[in-house]
Design a binder for this molecule. Structure first.
Ligand SMILES: NC(=O)c1ccc[n+]([C@@H]2O[C@H](COP(=O)([O-])OP(=O)(O)OC[C@H]3O[C@@H](n4cnc5c(N)ncnc54)[C@H](OP(=O)(O)O)[C@@H]3O)[C@@H](O)[C@H]2O)c1
Length: 333
């Protein structure tokens, strides 16, 4: 049987290109006691992977040049050397970008949903949903009537974060790069207002028009100039959830922004970054709340799915061009 794998061919300097990746054929994995062979069904592409392509260690180890890229995968067990897993079971875990891999069962979790719902294990019930949940619940702490602004609003985390804020009775303003995305946010997800940051001449003015009472919570997915502008309009005792800085991930130079400390001081602002794994012990409660909200129809999950293992690089690079609405996934089999 054929087995394909993507490796990191070279570290990108600036934008990721197709030269960053190389697809190669590898042998089918062998199995040791306690392991399963997993056929990848859906592979998640995520902005944080850009950081792992750099040489420097951050909160996570860099990818190794010449070795497989890895990330979140949902797959089907096709062989098992663990009695508690049978062929046909679905599992998720951190696995290589590879059609078939072997993995110890201690490193996977079972996914008990029908095959048609597998994408949700990587979106609303995966890192995406958990990131939105903990950012909003632990740092944002939304209260009824507050104004919440979300950048990267039509992306995986942004769509869920906005819907959580709506559950708590907030007025939610989403920022994205297109009218199609903004239409989706307002008409399908119930966002109150949206702004297209690419077509507006004056983001500061648009924000003040759409947030007449100022901003109480800012869910920052993008950083850079968009965030610089938003921070100027934060209220007293406002909270800034620093979730991601995607607009800077491909920067070749160190980015110098405004000095925000005076603003933080005089407005008693809370500015807090976080990494989802900080809240690992609380995942069960978060998943229980997210499940309830999805069942009640309060949260809708959307995935943009590209077919074909060979399209993994294209799907990944698309994140930096805003090609996705909701969670970007690649369907392998
Ligand atoms: N803290 C954590 O533990 C954690 C966990 C997961 C994700 N994150 C972060 O959360 C953010 C969102 O992640 P996600 O998985 O939900 O990705 P995503 O939002 O689904 O995809 C990325 C989106 O970012 C926007 N974007 C790309 N380049 C941009 C630029 N130069 N300026 C402004 N917007 C840009 C695009 O939307 P537009 O078309 O609207 O531009 C694109 O669709 C990322 O920064 C990610 O690193 C953090």
């Amino acid at each position: 049987m054929e087995n394909k794998q993507y490796i990191l061919k070279e570290r990108p300097y600036g934008d990721v290109t197709s030269d960053t990746f190389h697809m190669r054929r590898v042998s089918m994995p062998s199995l040791r006691e306690g392991e399963i062979m997993v056929k990848a069904k859906y592979i998640s592409v995520d902005p944080y992977m850009r950081g792992k392509m750099n040489e420097q260690k951050t909160y996570t180890e860099p990818y190794v040049v010449g070795k497989a890229i890895y990330g979140a995968v949902v797959g089907e067990v096709v062989k098992s050397k663990d009695k508690s897993y049978q062929p046909g079971d679905f599992v998720q875990g951190i696995m290589p970008w590879q059609e078939y891999c072997s993995i110890h069962t201690e490193d996977v979790t079972r996914v008990n949903v029908p095959e048609a719902d597998l994408p949700t294990a990587l979106s609303v019930f995966g890192m995406t949903g958990l990131t939105a949940y903990f950012g909003m619940m632990k740092i944002g702490r939304p209260k009824e009537g507050e104004t919440v602004v979300i950048s990267g609003a039509a992306g995986a985390v942004g769509t869920i974060a906005g819907q959580i804020a709506k559950i708590f009775g907030c007025r939610v303003v989403g920022i994205s790069s297109s009218e199609i995305k903004n239409h989706y946010l307002e008409h399908d997800l119930g966002f109150d207002e949206t702004i297209n940051y690419l077509t507006t001449d004056d983001l500061d003015y648009e924000l003040s028009r759409k947030c007449p009472d100022g901003i109480d919570i800012y869910f920052d997915n993008v950083g850079g100039k968009i965030s610089d502008t938003i921070l100027e309009q934060m209220n007293f005792f406002s909270r800034v959830i620093v979730c991601g800085q995607i607009s800077l991930y491909n920067s070749k130079e160190k980015n110098i922004g405004p000095r925000i400390q005076s603003m933080v001081l005089t407005r008693s602002m809370l500015v807090q970054g976080y990494i989802i794994s900080n809240y690992y012990d609380e995942y069960p409660q978060a998943l229980s709340d997210l499940t309830k909200w999805v069942q009640e129809g309060k949260i809708k999950s959307r995935e943009t799915i590209i077919n074909g293992f060979e399209n993994l690089p294209r799907a990944f690079m698309g994140l930096f061009r805003g090609a996705n609405i909701g969670k970007q996934l690649v369907k392998v089999f």
